[in-house]
Design a protein around this ligand. Sequence first.
Ligand code: FES
Ligand SMILES: [Fe+2]
Length: 406
Amino acid sequence: MNTNTSRNENGSAYYLSQPQADLDLVSVVRGTPSGELLRRYWHPIAVASEVGELPFPVRALGEDLILFKTPRGEFGLVYPRCCHRGTTLYYGKVEECGIRCCYHGWLFSPDGKCLDQPCEPNGGEKRDNYRQPWYPVRERYGLVFAYLGPPDRMPILPRYEALEVLEPGEWIEPDGRSLGSGGDVIAPCNWFQHWENIMDPYHVAILHSAFSGIQFIPEMAQMPNVSFEPSPIGVTSTQIRSIEGKVFRRVTEVAMPTLRVVPNPWATGFNRPVESIGWTLPIDDTHYRIFTAGRAAESGPLYYPPKGLMSGNRRWQDMTEEERQRKPGDWEAQTGQGAITFHSEEHLASSDRGVAMLRRFFRKQIETVAAGGNPAGTIFDERDESVRFAAGNYLEAPAGIPVLQS
Ligand code: FES
Ligand SMILES: [Fe+2]
């Protein structure tokens, strides 16, 4: 980027260089550095209740796949092109033991074994020689998780204390509507643009307050005193504001591989740990979808905005294009960066140090994988399967509370 060089003292756009995205950092495609890193973790690919008796197409990390659920309740995830002659299993039929291709009826188990070849003598005497490419899946927290990486590096699907330790009468409720993105279920931009936004708490006082009017609680309009800390599996941010003479300490986190650990920004409850965990599934390089699982009670999910509002005082779906221009939110700001932002044109400033810290952390994990290691947050021993976060909204007496300096 050369807009600040002496060649271009007047800042003319005429001298702009060809813009570049840092694809080593943000591409999710198999074989790219970051795509291989992401393939070392489990990712949610669907809300379990979305999957009915028909094959369910999913796209994750740039791969098109077919998810299915047998009448026994077992999930399977397979490559869509049938290993016989390539028609898609999207038109297949789900049976007791697996999925049957519509064309010549080959039947595949959830782990891709060929169980029947009805056009072959005796149901296929050589059927054991064929295997439909498949990936492992697990159901947890009402979501379906898949592992798209090398089989010999498959970690344990972690458990999260925030979703395991419940108050009496609470349960875990899944959500696949991309809560937190502020717009449609599928967002048309690279997932990293959303993820790094979690480590950008300064924008809350501008985008969600001064610019567009109060989109969360009025106290969030205060420019907070912000600090960032690396954690073993990501980055933690603490934001200090004051409410009626008390210290409002809000802790947010990002964690590998795509987790957003964000307490309810409407702060409908204080002094409680984070109510939910969101996974920013990279659908492909230019689309993402957020899956959330969180605590719910008789009054509804604790992580929802009051009265079901998704964005500001009006539902995003009901806003006109003009209203979105006048009162943009996260959706507008992040999709507005483009399908994949041009990193070469950025000018990171001091308020971007959380973003910079997160990118450094993520790059380090890419290097670890490239060097043959296991990246942060991959668990292989069941005794370590529980993950704990510090995130939450806390209201504390000022005396004796150290206010963190940035
Ligand atoms: S193409 Fe699937 S069974 Fe023939
Ligand atoms: Fe935001």
